[in-house]
Design a protein around this ligand. Structure first.
Ligand code: ZN
Length: 254
């Protein structure tokens, strides 16, 4: 049984190994790209949510301001009521004054309370003006908030869809990559994974680009380029250690 299996197992040529490695590279690079994309998407929604929270805080502040202003208006109205009551009392007392001094004092008090009422009325009109300005501001901000909330709802829906789609795509790619990995000899696969881990762009297999390594862009000597094109040996970049193949094998026109 084992002997039979070994017979069936194919012996891959170097060219086939290189092609399989490059295919694997393309798949895992695509997975990397999808993961990066998915990672950025929630940030967009987060930005919108921050903006909405900012608008809500501002609205809340305007509402508190209005409450405070309304309290101030009520206080001034109370003062007016008190002053009016005092004026009525002083005027009643004026009817029964006994001397000029009393008359003068009461008149002054009446005059003073009259001024107090004028001052309160002025304050009330100032506060009312501020209240109506804040109310206008609230109306404008509330409209903006509604718009942002609608955006957020739409965006969140879109993003959830994209996330679900990319997750599906990623899973399919992972399955394909796994199958391919089974066809690559363990020693080579280990080297591939180690190279990928060490490379900031996740590239372990690259092709020649303008006579240079497609990973680190250092020039490749002509003789080495020839050897790469022959596909008889696995050749690594002498600078970065990445496996280099010829563009044609990568499906790229030279
Ligand atoms: Zn290199």
């Amino acid at each position: 049984m084992t002997a039979k299996k070994q017979q069936v197992e194919k012996e891959y040529t170097v060219e086939e190994k290189l092609a399989a490695l490059y295919q694997l590279q393309a798949m895992v690079s695509e997975i990397d790209r999808i993961k990066t994309l998915r990672g950025e998407l929630p940030l967009e929604v987060q930005d919108l949510e921050d903006e909405i929270a900012g608008l809500e805080t501002r609205l809340e502040k305007y509402r508190t301001d209005i409450q405070e202003l309304e309290a101030s208006v009520a206080m001034q109205k109370n003062k007016i009521t008190e002053s009016t009551a005092l004026i009525d009392r002083y005027k009643a007392q004026l009817d029964s004054v006994r001397n000029n001094r009393e008359f003068d004092n009461l008149s002054k008090e009446v005059e003073y309370q009259g001024l107090e009422i004028q001052f309160s009325e002025k304050k009330i009109s100032e506060y009312s003006e501020l209240i109506s300005r804040k109310q206008e501001e609230i109306a404008a901000q509330a409209e903006a908030l509604e718009g942002r909330k609608a955006d957020q709802l739409q965006k969140t829906g879109e993003l959830e869809e994209i996330i679900a789609e990319t997750k599906q795509e990623e899973e399919k790619l992972r399955e394909k990559a796994k199958k391919l990995e089974n066809a690559i000899e363990p020693r080579l696969l280990t080297a591939f994974k180690r190279l990928r881990k060490g490379a900031h762009n996740g590239l372990a297999v690259v092709y020649i680009q303008r006579a240079a390594c497609g990973g680190c862009f250092n020039k490749i000597p002509p003789q080495r380029q020839m050897d790469i094109k022959l596909r008889k040996k696995i050749i690594v970049c002498e600078y970065c250690g990445r496996i280099i193949i010829d563009p044609e094998l990568a499906g790229v026109e030279a």
